[in-house]
Write a protein that binds this ligand. Structure first.
Ligand code: SF4
Length: 364
């Protein structure tokens, strides 16, 4: 739980309600056993009703004793967010615009595949990272999302999934997940807990632009999600230009953190590499990428840039991509070409910009 309970409750002399979905199942258990004096196991039962059964009011939690229901009602709230607008792509991808309680908006994307349905989740309103190839990066950071706002994106999206179960979660929407570390860590715990959302850790992916210390922290904290790192360049000179984070954590420092992550966690990592025409798509880049990734347990996802109005970066041709991929594969690297989905509705990678559609924050 972020901050002490006393801090959460003290606000202008009145007691604030705790947004219960921002707590992980284990935190709810400790809260119920510790602060509410309930028997062990009742908190986990409460978590299961919230996260698995999707019950939206304490009154309806008839599987709990009346005393606990009343305690929860007095101390906690169950938040929800709604989908305000949807856009459907020709390829089946759906872009969702969620309205948050304070009037801000964020976007998410539902991406159907033959055997999976992936939901792309946002972790911040806006983003401070300023990647040049990303519309979100141009809007700056407005605020972090809470863990419950990340969970609630899943619940709200389920109503737009055409009756299919969402099988994979990727934290690749608006925001840099590792800049909102505590909420993202809590979300992953809830997502992968058997009394939470019950996803396999392999089906929950955190994607980062390269915050080296937080990558190491993920390993130290044993955060049970997969990791993808958006690399996109093989020299500091180029990466500095397209991803300002590189000026703080240059390639050598970033790769040191990724190696630490892989060694400590025993996991492989996904390297995301978007090709920009004339910037990072040369055979010399492919050769440098092979050297940089030497010995790293990883796979590489290759994508072509999705241009947007006002962007000065170019989309290279398919042939450039094929040559690049073949060079990686011949060097023994697993490299997969990913097709961007939802380009016609601006739902492809780097095309989300929910704050442009946001209503002004409420003043009351
Ligand atoms: Fe932020 Fe990700 Fe866009 Fe970079 S690519 S500006 S980290 S949302």
């Amino acid at each position: 739980m972020n901050g002490s309970l006393a801090e959460r409750e003290k606000h202008g002399g009145t007691m604030d309600l705790i947004d219960i979905k921002s707590m992980t199942p284990q935190q709810i258990e400790r809260f119920c056993a510790g602060e509410l004096g309930q028997r062990p196991g009742r908190g986990l039962r409460t978590a299961a009703l919230l996260f698995k059964e999707r019950i939206v009011s304490f009154e309806e939690m008839t599987g709990l004793n009346r005393g606990l229901r009343e305690q929860l009602r007095a101390r906690c709230s169950i938040s929800q967010i709604r989908v305000d607008q949807t856009e459907q792509s020709d390829d089946g991808t759906a872009k969702l615009l969620y309205r948050l309680g304070d009037g801000n908006a964020i976007e998410g994307v539902l991406i159907p595949g033959p055997h999976r349905l992936t939901l792309c989740l946002s972790t911040q309103v806006g983003c401070a990272s300023g990647c040049r190839f990303c519309l979100t990066g141009g809007s700056g950071l407005i605020r972090n999302l809470t863990a419950s706002e990340i969970v609630n994106q899943l619940f709200a999206a389920e109503g737009h999934a055409g009756g299919r179960a969402i099988t994979n979660l990727v934290l690749m929407g608006t925001g840099e997940p590792l800049s909102n570390y505590d909420a993202v860590r809590a979300f992953v715990e809830t997502a992968t807990d058997g009394n939470g959302l019950g996803f396999s850790p392999k089906r929950v992916t955190i994607s980062t632009c390269g915050l080296a210390p937080q990558i190491e922290r993920l390993a130290d904290d044993g955060v049970s999600a997969s990791l993808a790192v958006s690399l996109n360049a093989t020299t500091d000179e180029v990466r500095d230009r397209i991803m300002p984070v590189n000026r703080v954590y240059p390639l050598e420092r970033l790769l040191q953190a990724i190696r630490y992550y892989c060694e400590s966690s025993g996991k492989t990592v996904t390297i995301e590499y978007v090709l920009f025409g004339g910037v990072n798509d040369d055979p010399a880049d492919a050769r440098r990428l092979v050297e940089l990734l030497d010995g790293l347990p990883c796979m590489v996802n290759l994508l072509l840039f999705n241009p947007f109005p006002g962007s000065d970066l170019l989309r290279p041709g398919e042939e450039r991509l094929r040559v690049f991929r073949d060079m990686l594969v011949s060097a023994g690297i697993i490299a997969v070409v990913r097709k961007s989905r939802g380009r016609d509705i601006s739902a492809a990678c780097g095309q989300l910009r929910a704050t442009a559609a946001a209503a002004p924050p409420k003043t009351s």
